[in-house]
Write a protein that binds this ligand. Structure first.
Ligand code: ASP
Length: 594
């Protein structure tokens, strides 16, 4: 139906007759001449109709924004002074001869011809219109370039694209499963995979040796942060490899991706042990562009009268840390109140601080609600330890270690942005030496990655599981976890020790993971891998504000699709076929939980 894309015509087409199809982006009537900006996925071309061609002129007069039209006309240079250097097609226009209206359009739910901040709800409800916006279309196109680049890279390195099932058994990655009732097996359910983890490991047992897949993963989580119930991973696994092999290959892949698609040379990827990352940045995905660090001070406050500090300082699971903010004494009371509220989100009960106005004046030179409780000695020792200078402010976190880590870790990032301290554009790193497990408040162990991750030492795993390190690694960029993986357990005995540490008894392990345990007995090679979150990667690369902006049809924060209205009710007959009777009407269930 067309000879060119709108965005594809330029000065080389002058005097050619072209046929274009697309949407009317904007229509302007300039006293006797009608200008239509015609848009397709490649860009916008200006088409001019004048009364010399009365039929098409009349049609052009009739079209409105977002009408779908086909035009034929001759490409010509724009009259001098009317060129638009901001447009790829800005030097030319098409003198329209014919215009066919292919379809009309109702008034769009939000204007596309000018920059407007349409509410996200209305954008999601009419996503097909939203995706017409050039910035959204560009992001989808970029995403497609990323996936095709990664496929090429992996194909070139001998990785094989293999699909794994979506209807499967639970794959524990720490979230709730989405379940699918079986019609043919009353009372039984499939689970949608939280990741292809177990299948890719089984493919290694099969001798596939190098696998990848751009795979949909499903996790029924409370969508606090910028998460989606279904998201995409670039999933990779290889046999006969060490951590170094995987990390080097993946680092090369990401480095090449950034340089070839963005022209960005990523700096070195430093390796940070998990414990150091938590100690210095309060996070296992530190944003290394921000030059602020947490400093432990519990040894200095163990014996002060101030219980808020001495309590956590004496507690094995507590932490007292300081965060020095250079020049921070300029912060106003109101700003400090806002930060106090902010750390409250992470469970911190308050945010103590000391402003250092004049160091030479000793304790008199400090301004703080807590110094009188802390005492001079401890206070000055802290000031020394954090190397505070005049004009600095020191924030404190004192609580359970996890609360301090999260609160000060997040505050550090927020301050870095608020105070313009972000250094450099890209700061990647690897976080390594993760513990195998984390302990909850009841002393129960949970896998930090997933239960298939190999320990550094089988002995340590046996004797001191809570302290055992794993062979896991995460790739982090600008404070975002881009991907994570590990070398896996490839023998049944070690796998059983891990299950045991997690409180998964023999019977349960057999019932849930019997197929894996069996496979490990039939010649499983050493293997390992990693998975990247494609949505996050594309979000970072395009500078989008949310992963929703790089997913064509995302769900809302509470896991619904505003466009299709999913999830929806199903009729009684379908339920009966699935052997399901609702306990109460879903509606009253929801009313109860509200
Ligand atoms: N399956 C893991 C995940 O989804 C990635 C991996 O260990 O390769 O995080």
């Amino acid at each position: 139906m067309r000879s060119h894309y709108c965005g594809g015509i330029n000065e080389s087409h002058i005097d050619e007759t072209v046929t274009l199809c697309g949407w009317v982006h904007r229509r302007r009537d300039h006293g006797g001449v009608i200008f239509l900006d015609l848009r397709d996925r490649d860009g916008i071309a200006q088409v001019v109709f004048d009364p010399d061609t009365p039929d098409s002129f009349a049609q052009a007069d009739r079209v409105r924004n977002e009408y779908v039209i086909q035009i034929t006309g001759r490409v010509r240079r724009r009259p001098e002074g009317t060129e638009n250097d901001h447009m790829a097609t800005g030097q030319i226009e098409v003198l329209g001869k014919e215009l066919t209206i292919l379809n009309e359009s109702a008034t769009p739910p939000f204007p596309l011809d000018e920059y407007t901040e349409a509410g996200e709800d209305v954008r999601l409800r009419h996503r097909y219109v939203d995706l017409r916006r050039p910035e959204m279309a560009q992001r989808l196109r970029f995403r497609s370039r990323v996936t095709s680049y990664l496929r090429n890279f992996l194909d070139g390195e001998g990785f094989m694209d293999v699909e794994t099932p979506v209807l499967t058994r639970a794959t524990p990655e720490g979230a709730r499963d989405y379940l699918v009732p079986s019609r043919t097996h009353a009372g039984s359910f499939f689970a949608l995979p939280q990741s292809p983890q177990l299948f890719k490991q089984l493919l290694m047992v099969s001798g596939i040796d190098r696998y990848y897949q751009i795979a949909k993963c499903f996790r029924d989580e409370d969508l606090r942060a910028d998460r989606q119930p279904e998201f995409t991973q670039v999933d990779v696994e290889a046999s006969f490899v060490t951590e170094e092999d995987i990390m080097n290959a993946m680092e090369r892949m990401v480095r090449n991706l950034f340089s070839d698609l963005l022209g960005v040379n990523l700096p070195e990827f430093p390796r940070l042990p998990y414990a150091e990352a938590i100690r210095r940045f309060g996070s296992d995905k530190p944003d290394l562009r921000i030059p602020l660090e947490l400093v432990d001070v519990e040894d200095l406050v163990q014996n002060v009268d101030f219980k808020v500090f001495s309590g956590p300082a004496k507690d094995r699971k507590g932490r007292v840390a300081a965060l020095r903010v250079p020049g921070g004494s300029e912060l106003t009371r109101k700003q400090i109140d806002d930060y106090t509220e902010f750390v409250g989100i992470y469970g911190a009960k308050g945010l103590a601080y000391i402003k250092l106005n004049d160091r030479s004046a000793g304790i008199e030179g400090l301004q703080s609600p807590i110094v009188k409780f802390l005492g001079e000695e401890a206070t000055m020792a802290i000031m020394d330890r954090v190397e505070a200078a005049d004009g600095d402010l020191v924030f404190f976190g004192a609580d359970k270690a996890s609360v301090v880590d999260e609160a000060l870790g997040a505050l550090r990032v927020r301050l870095g942005h608020d105070l313009g301290m972000v250094e450099g554009e890209w700061a990647p790193c690897w976080v390594v030496d993760f513990p195998m497990f984390e302990e909850d408040d009841d002393g129960k162990l949970h896998a930090l990655h997933h239960p298939f991750t190999a320990p550094v030492s089988a002995e340590e795993l046996q004797n001191n599981p809570a302290g055992a390190l794993s062979r896991a690694y995460d790739m982090v960029l600008n404070g975002t976890e881009l991907g994570g993986g590990s070398i896996r357990i490839h023998d049944e005995a070690t796998q059983n020790v891990v299950f045991n540490s997690l409180g998964i008894g023999k019977e349960e392990a057999r019932e849930k993971f019997g197929f894996l345990l069996d496979a490990l007995r039939f010649g499983a090679p050493p293997h390992g891998g990693l998975a990247f979150g494609l949505d996050r990667l594309v979000m970072l690369m395009t500078g989008a504000g949310s992963i929703r902006d790089v997913i064509p049809f995302p769900k809302t924060q509470n896991a619904t699709c505003l466009m299709t209205d999913a999830p929806g009710e199903v009729d009684e007959k379908q339920l009966r076929e699935l052997h399901i009777r609702l306990r109460r009407s879903a509606k009253s269930d929801q009313d109860d939980s509200n």
